[in-house]
Design a protein around this ligand. Sequence first.
Ligand SMILES: [Zn+2]
Length: 233
Amino acid sequence: MAPNELYQYSTLNALMEDVYHDGIPVSAVSKSGNHGLGTFKDMDGEMVIIDSTVYQMQAGGTIAEADPNTPVPFVQTTNFSPTITKEVPSISKDGLTAALDELAPKAKNHFISVRMDGVFDTVTARTVAKKTPEQKGRSLAENQVVKTWHGVKGTLIGFRSPEFSQGLSVAGSHIHLISEDRKMGGHVLDFQAHNIKLQIAVIKNMHLELPENDEFAAAKLVQTDEDIKAVEG
Ligand SMILES: [Zn+2]
């Protein structure tokens, strides 16, 4: 993939319809980009791709480099080459949208790749727990571990997706945390930080690869905004 193009495998609403038993291997994800996020077969934790390394962050607290053979049912990656870098004195999750609007005022209808490095005063993140066969996607809220940390040195990695992409992606900011010591991380629900290095790139090309399996073929892919917000926060 050329720099600052989005690669995506499957769709967010497919994941919500339990299309997570199969996917492309981690080895293919590694080749698709150096920056990104996703999940693993059976929703076994959160994925973050930082500087070309794919990490699996499991609900039990284990964080490790992902096995190259593990199937990935949903992922978004890019070959991140930041075009705008700014030292931000103070930023929160809610303030991120305003900061992106200011830095990239013509990108409301584009995807934006986002990276923030620094010390996070507080950060709350969740990690999904591996699904049993009886569980459905919408029980995700009951099947996750949420933790809040203070003074975490680390990196937030993710994307802001345009409103029109809700369902295909998660409209708005979707970011994952990994600490510098690789001991903490997850899907970010909230954060507050100061003196952060914010790097972004506007994305105007995407490559969407759709699963070729029976689950995806049978899935009914219509969710409301509320359905997705309830799951993805
Ligand atoms: Zn996430």
